[in-house]
Design a binder for this molecule. Structure first.
Ligand SMILES: NC(=O)c1ccc[n+]([C@@H]2O[C@H](COP(=O)([O-])OP(=O)(O)OC[C@H]3O[C@@H](n4cnc5c(N)ncnc54)[C@H](OP(=O)(O)O)[C@@H]3O)[C@@H](O)[C@H]2O)c1
Length: 332
């Protein structure tokens, strides 16, 4: 590695599942890129609901993937943007100095991270690292929630819990596609969600879905996971879809019961309940980068926090204080 790369870096490590207090600031070795990998100097990391789930190991089902005794990946932070500073063996088509973004298994709450080159997208010159870092997981999930349902011009779309990372992208993308969006969100998010294009925005803490008319929506995207499935089914038209992004559930198996219920209720029904399992898609991140570069969508950044205070950023997200996205920015 080049001499300008330090031997150690600041990172927030987590040895045991728990709340934000389980993260500890530490000085750790800068990782070295292996075969097919690059070393990224991080420009910005955006936090997601998924970071909270892994931090807490909640529901317990996630521990089958993230580690039974504690998180296998010790550093939270999946959505990372920055500049390549070293390239490992057998990396083709990328060089030191390239700016890249991607959804990683973790490692973002640090100054440097290694990533497989093939999982990254190149950031176009008109997009800065902070905006790019908002896109892979939250923007990618919103896109996947909408891609197999009808959001054509004129479709009516209800978005429940529209004020978070995935929610704000869902409002933005559905509006961009030409749909009429009705959003339910927490009071602090109302102004932002309206500015992103929702035609009607209601305070979800004061508006029960029971007050909404039956068979009124072509699509419902649910980011809360608490409205009963029968109620969601009542609100959507015949031929329409309910996309369950957050599926609630208990602390052991999480959304599994609700997913099985959705399957059962959709059989022989003209109303489709669709649990979503979003996947990492670098090609989709590229599409979102292009939409941002051309000004067609605008990620909403609530705030930026320096790396030294990353535990406070995680706490703000865990406490439900964030509208849109929160960033951790090394060197700020
Ligand atoms: N299925 C998948 O593949 C997939 C992928 C990514 C994320 N997710 C899930 O999607 C959800 C959002 O993720 P995120 O990264 O956007 O997290 P986030 O930025 O922390 O946003 C969470 C949002 O959820 C909404 N919410 C919370 N409790 C609610 C309730 N009782 N009723 C309605 N809405 C509620 C809130 O919206 P308001 O501010 O409007 O109240 C909140 O802002 C999380 O549950 C996450 O686990 C699922």
């Amino acid at each position: 590695m080049s001499n300008s790369i330090p031997k150690t870096m600041t990172a927030w490590r987590q040895n045991a599942y728990g709340g934000p207090e389980s993260l500890t600031r530490a000085e750790v070795p800068v990782p070295q890129p292996g075969e097919g990998e690059v070393l990224i100097k991080i420009g910005a990391t955006s936090l997601n609901g998924a970071d909270i789930r892994i931090m807490r190991g909640d529901p317990k089902l996630v521990r089958l993937g993230s580690g039974m005794r504690g998180p296998k990946e010790k550093i939270r932070g999946k959505d990372v943007a920055g500049t390549i500073v070293a390239v490992g063996p057998r990396v083709f088509g990328r060089s030191v100095g390239d700016r890249v973004v991607g959804e990683l298994p973790g490692g973002g709450l640090a100054e440097f991270v290694v990533a497989y080159s093939s999982k990254l997208s190149t950031i176009p010159s008109g997009v800065d690292d902070k905006i790019a870092a908002t896109l892979p997981l939250a923007g990618g999930t919103a896109w996947q929630a909408l891609e197999s349902v009808n959001t054509d011009r004129g479709a009516s779309v209800l978005i429940i819990g529209a004020g978070g990372g995935v929610g704000t992208f869902t409002v933005n993308l559905a509006t961009w596609a030409g749909a009429h969006v009705h959003a339910l969100c927490s009071p602090r998010a109302i102004e932002t969600v309206a500015a992103l294009g929702a035609e009607r925005v209601d305070d979800r803490t004061a508006t029960s879905t029971e007050s909404l008319a039956s068979d009124d929506y072509d699509v419902i995207v649910d980011l809360g996971g608490v409205v009963p499935l029968r109620e969601l089914r009542r609100l959507v038209r015949d031929g329409g879809d309910v996309v369950e992004v957050a599926m609630g559930g208990n602390s052991v198996v999480g959304p599994l019961g609700r997913a099985i219920g959705s399957q059962a209720m959709s059989t022989w029904s003209k109303k489709h309940l669709r649990p979503l399992l979003a996947t990492k898609r670098p090609g989709l991140t590229k599409t979102l980068l292009d939409l941002v570069a051309s000004g067609e969508i605008t990620p909403h950044i609530d705030r930026e926090v320096p790396l030294d205070s990353a535990d406070q950023a995680i706490k703000a997200l865990d406490d439900g204080e964030v509208v849109g996205k929160i960033l951790v920015v090394p060197g700020s």
